[in-house]
Design a binder for this molecule. Sequence first.
Ligand code: DGY
Length: 320
Amino acid sequence: MERLKVLVTRRWPEAVERALGERFEVVLNGTDKPLSQSELATAMAEFDVLAPTVSDRIDAAVINGGDRCKLIANYGVGFDHIDLAAAKAKGIAVSNTPGVLTDATADLALTLILMAARRAGEGERELRAGKWSGWRPTHLIGSALKGKVLGVVGFGRIGQATAERAHHGFGMTIAYFARRPSAAAEALDAEFCPDLEVLLTKSDFVSLHVPGGGETANLIDAKAIAAMKPGSYLINTARGGVVDHDALAAALKSGHLAGAGLDVYPQEPQVPEALLELENVVLLPHLGSANAETREAMGMRALANIEAFAAGEDLPDRVA
Ligand code: DGY
């Protein structure tokens, strides 16, 4: 039987690349350089399966680049970089890798909460610049977490895992904004806030866990930021497009917000210039799922979807 032709757009963990190679005719990206839009479009004509990541823009022009590809097996849980309507119109299935990166991403949200609250980035920069003059009672004073309110925007797997860590690990009080109350809230003594503005007004820390895309674009806009409690913190491990970064920079500059911790940006790998100049924002390069165990599990999950597709079975993680 002829083996499916699979294009992997970036370097994947070695064990996954090996497993893919054993089962399919795979073209890997040894250079790890992003493919151009026209290379991606050409791939639709030459491969049965395209295996992209969040760093690839799989728009309608790419999807309409050819008729051979019938599966887009995304390496990652978020799929706002893929035009699902265009894929559907061409009869192309799309899968993602849910579940396996929940803990890693929640760990990173806590990393950002702690770094922002305790001014860790600022301190490290000061020390490395040779500007640390020694211990003193008033040096780089941050905020405690215990007893503070963490407002979780989006209470899916990652939002819940972040809330669990913050509540059980750090003694934070949890409030959450979601479409409907969650069964997971009881164990966390978490308060359901169906009104985003109410959540923003009462939270000392706000952590974003909604999917990206049209529905959540600029959800945290200038008005939402103005509604946030003075001296509070904004944490984003979701998608950059959820936040208006000009409004965020202005609020950080004016002191309305005490700090922010960001892992994602609207036009990655570009980082909004206004943020780079500020001390009170922690800026990480989209590291949410970046631990060895998680990245391998993500690849194996993508592989499971490709295998199901090859066998003519239902995809375990079909999103379109
Ligand atoms: C995802 O999976 O969507 C992350 O943003 C990358 O790990």
